[in-house]
Design a protein around this ligand. Structure first.
Ligand SMILES: [Zn+2]
Ligand SMILES: [Zn+2]
Length: 175
């Protein structure tokens, strides 16, 4: 919150004061897509040798719960929390669109860490609500599925895990 406020104070960013419903819809859609790209890039960085140390607190949850959402290092919080800075520099957003980011982020995070398979049918793995299954696999396997709620970045960069990727780990705990 402090850094975006600083951008406004410095005059480097401005707010759109009278945004139409169409503009709000387009802005929020663009921010949802940008949030996914931004998360993927930062998450991949957090899995590098140099930054892994700051991401391991989050990976203490091998089986996730919505509380895992809140378990991360301050450095990770800074990296992921700066998501609206770059968009604010290139476009004058409505305050409502910017305020929507933490709202959809917390909703997506709760879905992603719910450890609940919304669509147990493996053939529907492309659907966005299966972010829960994809992120569960990320926590179970540690490598792969670095995306947040949508599968397109992992598909694009060839880091998607197959739906049965964690079967071995699960069996080890069941037997
Ligand atoms: Zn991770
Ligand atoms: Zn997670």
């Amino acid at each position: 919150m402090i850094f975006p406020w600083g951008l406004l104070q410095l005059g480097w960013a401005h707010l759109a004061l009278q945004a139409s419903a169409v503009q709000l819809t387009l802005e929020i859609s663009a921010l949802v897509i940008w949030n996914e790209i931004h998360f993927y890039i930062n998450h991949r960085l957090l899995h590098t040798r140099w930054l892994k140390h700051f991401h391991l607190p989050h990976h203490r949850s091998i089986v996730t719960t919505p509380w895992s959402t809140y378990s991360f290092h301050p450095i990770e919080a800074i990296m992921l929390g700066n998501v609206i800075m770059l968009p604010m520099l290139v476009h004058d957003f409505s305050i409502y669109s910017l305020a929507a980011v933490p709202v959809f982020s917390i909703i997506f995070n709760n879905i992603g860490h719910s450890n609940y398979d919304f669509l147990p049918d493996a053939h529907h793995d492309r659907w966005w609500l299966n972010g829960a299954r994809r992120h569960h696999l990320h926590h179970a396997c540690f490598h792969g599925n670095y995306g947040f709620m949508f599968p397109f970045m992992d598909r694009l960069l060839n880091t998607a895990l197959p739906p049965d990727a964690a079967d071995k780990q699960i069996k080890r705990h069941v037997t």
